[in-house]
Design a protein around this ligand. Structure first.
Ligand code: GUN
Length: 281
């Protein structure tokens, strides 16, 4: 029977670490990290996520601002807003919440954020630095998963890691971080033979966004299973990408949904913002 990985508890610890460093930064350098979140329009999920980010930012002692233009904002107007934040010395982290309305080219906006303030780690320059194995702000969800692995004493070095999903936000950066930690990494997608690949995984990261895509019986006995899925079911409940009840019979460690990976994303955003502030002057 697998041990549950308590992401809520680890995330609280990360926030406490950040808070302690913020106090030091204030005392020693008179520097208060500042995070601005831009939320365009009225996506209900975005509102919940952004509220979580603001709450965490206040809790760790950051200055935090939310800008909330309506969905009529033009791409040029949004670009000039980002430019203003880029130039504002009190703002160390700029996060434009996704998704953006259809008339706005999200890639253009992400690329307009100064790489040093890109606390999401989504800017092409930061993606490039990560792939080159160089320090840079890292996408928060995979960064949080690396922390969870550390917390359970799982060193990826020499292990077979299988990442299911190849998004720019989770799958691809996850594969690069595991590779940098000396895992042998396989990235799976729609055309992969999932049961065969999953059976080899010492570390499995499921980030496909398909409820219960990964069957419990595919999982290698003793594997560490990290479930990034947050699939809202018709009954309102959240389901992961892994068939949890069967997977926990085989895994050594497994993240629950909710309460596993989810809370780590915001915690690592706090870490990225703190690091951006520390590097700012
Ligand atoms: N939308 C869903 N998750 C995220 C995230 O981590 N960052 C941003 N900017 N938008 C999101």
């Amino acid at each position: 029977m697998a041990q549950l990985i308590d992401g809520k508890a680890v995330a609280a610890r990360v926030r406490a670490e950040v808070k302690a460093e913020v106090e030091k930064l204030k005392a020693e350098r008179g520097l208060v990290p500042g995070l601005t979140v831009v939320r365009v329009g009225e996506d209900p999920a975005s509102k919940i996520y952004v509220n979580g980010k603001k709450k965490a930012a206040e809790e760790v002692g950051f200055n935090s601002w939310e800008l909330h233009p309506d969905d009529k904002i033009t791409q040029d107007e949004l670009l000039s807003l980002v430019d203003k934040l880029n130039k504002d010395p009190a703002v160390h982290g700029v996060l434009v919440q996704l998704p953006l309305p259809k008339h706005i080219d999200a890639e253009r906006i992400i690329s307009a954020v100064r790489p040093e303030k890109d606390v999401d780690g989504f800017h092409p320059m930061n993606a490039g630095l990560l792939s080159a194995g160089k320090p840079a702000p890292r996408p928060c969800t995979p960064f949080g998963i690396m922390r969870l692995l550390r917390e359970i004493g799982c060193d990826p070095s020499g292990k077979r890691a299988v990442v299911v999903g190849r998004s720019n936000i989770v799958g691809k950066p996850m594969a690069l971080m595991l590779l940098a930690a000396d895992a042998t990494v396989t990235v799976c997608h729609r055309k992969s033979n999932l049961p065969a690949e999953v059976a080899n995984a010492d570390i499995l990261v499921a980030a496909a966004g398909v409820p219960e895509l990964i069957q419990g019986e595919w999982i290698k006995p003793g594997a560490v299973v990290i479930d990034v899925g947050m699939n809202r079911m018709p009954d309102g409940k959240l389901k992961g990408d892994v068939e949890f009840d069967k997977a926990k019979e085989r895994a050594s460690f497994i993240t629950p949904v909710p309460g596993g990976v989810g809370p780590m994303t915001i915690a690592m955003l706090m870490r990225n913002t703190l690091e951006a502030a520390k590097a700012s002057r």
